[in-house]
Structure formats: C-alpha cells, structure tokens
Design a protein around this ligand. Structure first.
Ligand code: ADE
Length: 247
C-alpha cells in the first residue's frame, strides 16, 4: 500500500521508520512517499502561504503549490486517482472502522495543513475525505497523518506477521480488550489471576470476555450500547451483561 504525503515538514515522517513500520517498508508491504509542498512553489521565495481574504488571524496555504504537488503524483490527473485525505479538526472523527475501510485501498494521498488551513478551493476540487483524529486542535496535520498511517498500515496483510488476530483488540470487536500478564506469576506478592494459569482454554476465554464487558461498561458505556445494537449477543455475553448492568 502506498501512502503519498503532502507536507511542509517531510522530515517528521522519518519517525515512521522504526520498529514494525520500518520492517513493513523494507518488505515493501507499505511505501511512504513524502512530497515537500514547498518544492512545488513557483514563487521565487518558495512562498507557500498568504494572508486570508476577508482578514483575520493566521495564514492560509496557497492553492498553486498544493495543486501542483497533487498533480505530480502519477495518477492524480486521471479518473482512477486515489482518495485524497485532508487532515483537519473539522473532519469526520477517525476510528477503527474507518481505518479498516482505508486499509482496503492500494494507495492513499494525505494532505497535511498548517497555519490556519488550506485554500478551500483545493478541498472542493481534490479532497475526497476530511478526517480529524479527535476533538482537539494540533499545530498541523502531520501528527494526525502519522496516526492514520500507523493504524491503517498495521491492518495490511503481513505487517504484524502472518498469524495475528484483531478480533480481541479494543475497538475491533466493539469492546475494550481484557488485561494482559506475563511472567513471573507472582511479583512481590502481586499475583496473576489464577484462571490464566489453569490451562483451561474455555474458562480463560470466558474470563477474558467477562473482563472485557466489565471494563467497557465501566469506561465506555457508549460502546456497550453500540455493541448490543450491532451484533447478536450470545447467551454467555447476555448472561455476563445481565450480571453487571445497573450495578
Ligand atoms: N490538524 C489540527 N488538528 C487536527 C486534528 N485534531 N485532526 C486532524 N488534523 C488536525
């Protein structure tokens, strides 16, 4: 999967060349192609921003360099161009479902804004998705673009290894994930829950499901409501829910 990233700060994306995403790039499972918007400015001072029409604080990123950077990407002048995502606090709030949807694409173009934003005409003409990573404001779209790349890339085949399952992960199943423990089973008197040492896989599975439901009820009751709506609860899930609800 190819990520084209249009940014004024391409060096920031070097931080994606570590650990799992480094290996994914080496194995050519993903490619991160950064383009410096400033390189496309035809202005003799390589200017990329200007004052907003109508006045107001801050600067606005100009059309020309952004348009030319977009058109430099192979298929952006053709019909079958990739989705162009503009990272903005005004966008649709990113979540696991959207990450899964984007992971089906073979190519994505991410546009990182700075200053007060980008000339609206770029958004109207080229942007297919406006995405926010949460209800808070950052200084630019680079960190949001990195968050998006990380969460989408790890869903691509082979990136986390061959035998991983996303089913138990928080937000995938609709519940928060249960807690994890590793050796030693007793650290200065702090013990691992007995059932996890039992070797009884069914009991362990039931225990983990109960922990997940308990945690989600406590921390994210909004998720429990959606979980009940979006899937048919098994008898066990219903039994656990009945045990904890209204307590
Ligand atoms: N740019 C600034 N803040 C942002 C946010 N929360 N999400 C996406 N892009 C942004």
């Amino acid at each position: 999967m190819k990520f084209n990233v249009l940014t004024l700060f391409p060096e920031m994306f070097d931080s994606l060349s570590h650990s799992i995403l480094k290996r994914a790039q080496e194995q050519e499972l993903i490619e991160i192609n950064t383009l410096n918007i400033r390189d496309f400015s035809t202005n003799k001072h390589k200017k990329v921003d200007d004052y907003p029409y109508g006045g107001g604080a801050g600067m606005v990123m100009k059309i020309q360099p952004v348009r030319d950077a977009l058109l430099s990407i192979a298929n952006h002048s053709s019909e079958n161009s990739s989705r162009v995502v503009y990272l903005t606090p005004k966008g649709k709030v990113f979540n696991q479902k959207l990450a899964c949807e984007l992971a089906l694409e073979d190519e994505l173009t991410l546009l990182c804004g700075h200053y007060e934003g980008i000339d609206q005409r770029i958004i109207d003409e080229y942007v297919t998705d406006e995405i926010s990573i949460g209800d808070y404001v950052l200084t630019g779209g680079e960190l949001p673009a990195m968050v998006l790349i990380d969460s989408v890339a790890r869903l691509r085949n082979g990136v986390l290894g061959q035998n991983v399952s996303y089913e138990d992960e928080s937000h995938y199943s609709g519940l928060l994930e249960y807690a994890h423990y590793t050796r030693p089973s007793d650290f200065e008197g702090k013990k691992v829950p007995e059932v996890l040492l039992s070797g009884n896989h069914q009991l362990i599975e039931e225990y983990r499901l109960e922990e997940s439901i308990k945690l989600t009820l406590k921390r994210r009751p909004d998720m429990i409501k959606k979980w009940q709506k979006n899937h048919e609860l098994s008898r066990l899930e219903q039994k656990i829910l009945d045990k904890y609800i209204d307590k």
